[in-house]
Write a protein that binds this ligand. Sequence first.
Ligand code: SAM
Length: 189
Amino acid sequence: MSAAYYKTEASVNEYIELAKDVDGALLIDKLKHYLPSNSSVLEIGSGPGTDWNILNKFYQVVGSDNSEEFLKHLREQNSNGQFINLDAVTLKTDEIFDGIYSNKVMHHLTDVELNKSINRQFDVLNTNGIICHSFWRGEDSEIFKGLFVNYHEKINLEKFYQDKFDILYLDYYNEFDKDDSILIIAKKK
Ligand SMILES: C[S@@+](CC[C@H](N)C(=O)[O-])C[C@H]1O[C@@H](n2cnc3c(N)ncnc32)[C@H](O)[C@@H]1O
């Protein structure tokens, strides 16, 4: 679902300020167990670029977002980086990657969109490719700051991925509260 909040300069600046003290370092540490350094990685929904900068130390990473405002910020801050406009659902790229990473992006997709995205992720990954995504834990969905937010539990995430991916890691972690988030790492079948 389209996320208008991330599309204006004011809201992008607000998000960058709100998120300035959080990063996905622990998630990327987990990913490193499964994806060798120097692998090619597509990051979906790079946003402020905090995780892109961590990924960039270990991987050949391409950042992406479907917000031109975030892309402008990413390109200004990282002049040597590669950033492309990609929608998480359609992933319209001809490039193929060893890994796909996102941190708190996929929860903006409806169930139907998440299924489409998973099929596209399968297509744009090399053999044995690895995905690594974080989600907010919970039930149902809501509109927050005008954004669609789809909450998930471990059991239903497993169902989404299991046809096309072997699950390597699936567990809760703490973002702001105990076990409020879920990390999934899986390998293309
Ligand atoms: C909650 S922010 C997370 C940003 C960053 N990953 C982080 O950890 O701070 C969600 C990001 O996903 C992007 N986004 C939302 N829906 C998207 C979609 N359908 N396709 C691509 N990016 C999307 C937004 O523009 C925003 O950058």
